[in-house]
Each structure stands twice: as structure tokens, then as C-alpha cells.
Write a protein that binds this ligand. Structure first.
Ligand SMILES: CC(C)(COP(=O)(O)OP(=O)(O)OC[C@H]1O[C@@H](n2cnc3c(N)ncnc32)[C@H](O)[C@@H]1OP(=O)(O)O)[C@@H](O)C(=O)NCCC(=O)NCCS
Length: 183
């Protein structure tokens, strides 16, 4: 059965084959993808990404939740979100969000990140949930700080991301910190 969870205004649910055009819309917007460290550079990579997400969603012991964010009520596709459990360190999960421009800066990112944090600790019993962002991506850094993730450090210029050397900031929350924030 397809996985689904809800926030105040959104539904987060498994991607389907019908989401191909939605992912293409994200992937083909260079401004949107500027700071996103996911390789969706051509149709082959986009199809492979969607195939992997759908295959992962069918596994009994799934490690990845690559979910569409859809507006509750209308079902409009607002963006791509994920929580991926590190297969080696099964206690750690990474969260990421990419919203279409028309859905940015309206508090959706906050709703999604708080939901994934809750899901990661309450349902998956993770020990650490983290997010990472380009050093130049102030919206993403602000969002993670606002949701209570703590800045852990920066890896400097470790990857060439389309047009610049990307430095990556890491933000994390530990289970005990989550419990302290949500007694
Ligand atoms: C980064 C992103 C997920 C944030 O989600 P969002 O829904 O736009 O953010 P929210 O509306 O929940 O706002 C969260 C905080 O970020 C701030 N913020 C949002 N957009 C911003 C922007 N363009 N510049 C600076 N700060 C911004 C908000 O002001 C808010 O902080 P505040 O309450 O102190 O004002 C979203 O903008 C996005 O998808 N961007 C493009 C893709 C991307 O870079 N994803 C992250 C990859 S690591």
C-alpha cells in the first residue's frame, strides 16, 4: 500500500509514474536546482531517479521515503521531499525538500521538515536526523535552524555543483534533543 502522511496543508506520499512530468518541471528549472545536490541533468537521470523512488517504496524494509508533497484538497504537486536512512548507520536519516517556486516562502518547508523530524524520531526511532545545504542557500539554512536542527559544521568545496564549488553546511537533531523539544 502506498505510504502517506499529512501535515496541516499538505499530503506527503509515494511518487508514482505519473509524477514524471512533475520531476521534470523541477529538474528543468536551473534557478530552482541551483543549490540542490541531486543529479537530474537529463531525461535518463530523471527516469532513473523516479524508478529508484518507486522501487524503494515497494520494499518491506525500505530505507528511503522519496515523497511528493501535494496540496491537500486540490492534489497539486508542490514539490519533492525525502527522508533517507543511511543503510550502514541505520540510526541516522537525512531529510531534504525541493519546492516549486510558487510554493516557496509560504511555510510549507517548515511543515514538511517538522513532519519528517517527527516521523524520523517517533515512527522510525532514529537517533539522529540531519539535513544539509549549500553554504549559499540561506533559505534552507534558515529553515533548518527554525525547525530546531543544530549547525554541526561545513565541508568546504567538496563537490563541483554545476557552476560553483559547493561547500555544504550540516544541521542535525538528536533523539534526546527532539524529546526535550517535544516532552
Ligand atoms: C529551501 C526551501 C525548502 C525552504 O522552504 P520554504 O517553504 O520556502 O520555507 P518556509 O516558507 O517554510 O520558511 C522557512 C524560513 O526560511 C526563510 N526563507 C524562505 N525563503 C527564503 C529565501 N528565499 N531567502 C531567505 N530566507 C527564506 C523564511 O523566511 C523562514 O524563516 P523566518 O520564519 O525566520 O522568516 C524552499 O525554499 C526550496 O525548495 N528552495 C529551492 C530548492 C532548495 O534549495 N532546496 C533545499 C535543498 S538543500
Amino acid at each position: 500500500m502506498a505510504f502517506r502522511m499529512t501535515t496541516e496543508r499538505l499530503i506527503l506520499e509515494d511518487l508514482t509514474k505519473e509524477d514524471l512530468s512533475n520531476i521534470q518541471k523541477i529538474a528543468r528549472d536551473p534557478e530552482l536546482m541551483r543549490y540542490v545536490l541531486i543529479w537530474l541533468e537529463n531525461d535518463e537521470q530523471i527516469s532513473a531517479f523516479l524508478k529508484r523512488a518507486i522501487e524503494e517504496s515497494k520494499l518491506a524494509d525500505r530505507m528511503g521515503y522519496i515523497l511528493a508533497a501535494r496540496v491537500a484538497g486540490t492534489g497539486e504537486f508542490a514539490g519533492l521531499t525525502f527522508l533517507e536512512i543511511d543503510p550502514e548507520l541505520k540510526s541516522t536519516g537525512e531529510v531534504g525538500i525541493v519546492l516549486l517556486p510558487e510554493y516557496q516562502a509560504s511555510g510549507y518547508g517548515r511543515e514538511i521538515l517538522l513532519k519528517y523530524i517527527e516521523f524520523g524520531f517517533d515512527t522510525l526511532s532514529l537517533h539522529r536526523v540531519f539535513g544539509k545545504c549549500d553554504n549559499l542557500n540561506s533559505a534552507s539554512a534558515r529553515l533548518m535552524e527554525q525547525c530546531g536542527l543544530i549547525y554541526e559544521g561545513t565541508i568546504r568545496e567538496h563537490v563541483w555543483l554545476r557552476d560553483h564549488w559547493r561547500s555544504t553546511r550540516y544541521y542535525g537533531m538528536l533523539a534526546e534533543e527532539y524529546t526535550a523539544l517535544n516532552p
